[in-house]
Ligand binder design. Structure first.
Ligand SMILES: Cc1cc2nc3c(=O)[nH]c(=O)nc-3n(C[C@H](O)[C@H](O)[C@H](O)COP(=O)(O)OP(=O)(O)OC[C@H]3O[C@@H](n4cnc5c(N)ncnc54)[C@H](O)[C@@H]3O)c2cc1C
Length: 391
């Protein structure tokens, strides 16, 4: 495993670092409520537009569709530099990382030309309509129906937990188009205009207070056949492409963000007083901080190993599942430790901008989103240990 950057990779990093230094906006101090298209939405959308114009959005996409055809190491460098510079996230993340790559892989030339540029520039925001009230982990059991009517599918049903649907212009939607076929074989992937008549979006409030995901209802929504992504009744293959992209989180940026959180907690522990001495002198606090540090080192090294393997083989292995289980469960342990170390201060919205309580509550979703820990363990059990399939 060679951890050194090649001269080309160094040049890429230096160019990006310089651009970020010159362009990252001052931290947003207004409301970050995710509910509506307010000022924060505009701030994030303008930021992505700028990133796109400078050629830093969707760098892994092929050049002919606006990307740079960047290698895996360059993508990891980008994530790392982004986190290091504390640059704002890109608002059209679902479009950039999940749906755009699926359109590149499965779309017609016309679909690629129509949709990809507006994903990069955030002119059109996307959401992913897979989960339903009765189909989450087993998404292939979904029941939302698409019935052929001339040159349209007519869609009826409900999706749930659809992130960004409240601000989305388009949705990559999975529907059942053949109820008689085995469950994986009668599904079709559709590109659905969220402004179509019959689409109703109802925000759901999360434990953090934010409402960033939604219930979405489809009532006789007409979708032209030209918006089928991939082939009719072969949507499961299309969905797998999206899910592979969702789980192939390289983790390089996640490590930097987690390390920054740990450093912030250590800084607080050094200055806060408890029982007549600084909190960092408390033997239990020291145990917790040291434990977090060593878990993060394990994450960093595994991440590097996975990156090195991926850049040689080009095929994502079970490492993605292992890393996702590790970082999501680490983050829950770390945020729990932070609440214990900071005590009641951690619950105050005026203390460190309320970040501790928000992050603590938000981590509950980490082991559910993008595949639950149980499902990812099933993948490891099956593909790494060769155990029988889960029923
Ligand atoms: C913050 C957040 C954002 C999300 N955004 C989106 C989005 O944009 N689009 C979208 O389509 N979905 C989204 N989801 C939904 C997410 O994909 C599902 O919540 C997830 O797949 C789990 O499905 P479920 O909630 O129906 O739980 P279920 O599948 O009902 O699972 C319930 C419990 O049973 C366990 N379980 C289920 N099957 C097995 C098994 N075979 N073996 C062992 N244990 C099992 C699970 O691990 C879990 O603990 C989001 C979820 C969250 C939390």
């Amino acid at each position: 495993m060679d951890l050194n950057l090649t001269p080309n990779e160094q040049q890429f990093r230096d160019e990006l670092r310089a651009w970020l230094q010159a362009n990252v906006p001052p931290p947003w101090t207004g409301s970050t409520a995710a509910e509506e298209k307010g000022e924060y939405f505009d701030f994030l959308r303008n930021w992505q537009k700028k990133v796109c114009e400078a050629g830093w959005a969707g760098i892994s996409w092929p050049k002919e569709y606006g990307g740079r055809g960047a290698a895996i190491i360059e993508q990891a460098i980008l994530q790392e530099e982004w986190a290091r510079a504390e640059a704002p996230a890109l608002i059209n993340a679902l479009g950039l990382y999940l749906i755009g790559p699926t359109i590149v892989a499965a779309g017609t030339e016309e679909q690629k030309k129509r949709f990809l540029p507006k994903i990069l520039s955030a002119e059109e925001i996307w959401c992913q309509g897979f989960s339903e009230p009765n189909s989450g982990s087993d998404v292939a059991s979904l029941g939302t129906k698409g019935v052929l009517d001339g040159d349209h599918f007519v869609v009826n049903g409900q999706k749930i937990w659809t992130s960004m649907a409240h601000v989305a212009d388009w949705c990559l939607l999975l529907v059942r188009t053949d109820s008689n076929a085995p469950k994986h074989k009668g599904i079709t992937a559709l590109l659905v205009d969220m402004h179509s008549p019959g689409v109703t979006v109802r925000p759901l409030r999360q434990i953090t207070g934010d409402a960033s995901f939604n219930e979405v209802f489809f009532d006789n929504v007409r979708v032209p056949l030209s918006n089928v992504l991939g082939e009719v009744n072969k949507g499961w293959q299309t969905a797998i492409t999206t899910l592979m992209n969702e789980r192939a989180n390289l983790g390089a940026g996640t490590y930097i963000a987690f390390r920054r959180n740990l450093d912030a907690l250590i800084a607080r522990a050094r200055e806060m007083k408890r029982n007549g001495h600084t909190t960092s002198q408390d033997p239990l606090v020291r145990q917790k901080l040291a434990q977090a540090f060593l878990e993060l080192e394990i994450f960093r090294l595994n991440n590097t190993r996975s990156l090195s393997k991926l850049s040689k083989t080009g095929i994502p292995g079970a490492e993605g599942s292992i890393l996702k289980i590790f970082w999501s469960e680490y983050n829950q342990r770390f945020q729990q430790a932070a609440m214990e170390i900071l005590g009641p201060y951690a619950q105050l919205h005026g203390f460190d901008n309320g970040r501790w309580v928000f992050d603590y509550l938000r981590t509950r979703a980490n082991t559910i989103e993008a595949g639950t820990s149980e499902i990812l363990r099933n993948i490891v059990a099956e593909r790494v240990l060769g155990l029988p399939k889960s029923y």
